[in-house]
Design a protein around this ligand. Structure first.
Ligand SMILES: Cc1cc2nc3c(=O)[nH]c(=O)nc-3n(C[C@H](O)[C@H](O)[C@H](O)COP(=O)(O)O)c2cc1C
Length: 227
């Protein structure tokens, strides 16, 4: 068994992995990750999350449902909540632009090559080759606060997976197809699907996995008063 990782190391080494080996991950391994991640804090201890883990046939069913939808209605947004504000402002706009450009530069895909970029985007709908997909659902009657707590649960999963030598990529790419995903998964109202996550063994040789996204300096996001 691998040595446990410090929380700091897990935080610093976790990345969004966008190429996986097809090596399977057992139900037991994933259950252990979830058993750890369930200790994530949540306001009032509501634990306002549901997670649906798919592999094999179930994974294929979601992929096929979304691909079918995309072939008929590529731009249809089924989520009641747009992923980003309509017009992002600084510094967020540049950050979003930069990480995308850095990724395409790494892979040698130029701006004009729209087909290659679209093709790349479509990899989301194969979980980047990961054998396991997770989908996160929340009761739509919940407030913004509980959505934040669901995010903390997701991050806890990513860190617990990292500790086990597994890799993840959170995927809001599924969000515009939330209703199609919900139907394929059998998630019913009042639950809504928020986001997906790919989980598996990273392909360390894949160029895309060399991407290290930048972070703002401490002074940009933190203020210390009274020290
Ligand atoms: C909730 C959430 C959804 C995301 N959705 C996607 C996605 O659909 N596709 C993708 O390639 N990356 C996605 N990302 C990855 C982000 O682009 C990534 O976290 C960010 O650029 C920082 O890079 P890092 O995760 O490698 O540190 C998502 C991240 C989060 C937190």
């Amino acid at each position: 068994m691998a040595d446990p990782m410090s929380v700091s190391d897990a935080l610093k080494t976790r990345i969004s992995t966008r190429a996986f080996h097809d090596t399977s991950v057992s139900r037991e391994e994933i259950a252990e990750i979830l058993e750890t991640a369930k200790y994530a804090a949540s306001g009032g201890n509501l634990q306002p999350w549901k997670v649906i883990v798919v592999a094999g046939e179930a994974r294929r069913r979601v992929i096929d449902a979304v691909k079918d939808k995309l072939s008929k209605d590529p731009f249809g947004n089924e989520a009641d909540f747009p992923v980003y504000p309509e017009k992002l402002w600084e510094p967020y706009r540049s950050r979003r632009f930069e990480v995308g450009e850095d990724m395409y530069a790494l892979m040698g895909v130029p701006r004009e090559d729209k087909a290659a970029r679209l093709n790349w985007l479509m990899q989301n709908y194969e979980f980047f080759g990961a054998p396991v997909g997770l989908f996160f659902a929340i009761d739509e009657r919940m407030n913004k606060n509980q959505w934040a707590h669901l995010g903390m649960f997701m991050m806890s999963i990513a860190l617990a997976a990292q500790d086990k030598g597994l890799a993840t990529c959170m995927q809001e790419a599924w969000t515009p197809h939330a209703k199609t995903v919900a139907k394929a998964l059998g998630v019913d109202a009042p639950y809504v699907v928020y986001c997906g996550m790919a989980l598996g063994h990273a392909d360390a040789d894949a160029k895309v996995n060399q991407l290290r996204s930048k972070r703002a300096e401490l002074a940009e996001f933190a203020r210390f008063d009274g020290f």
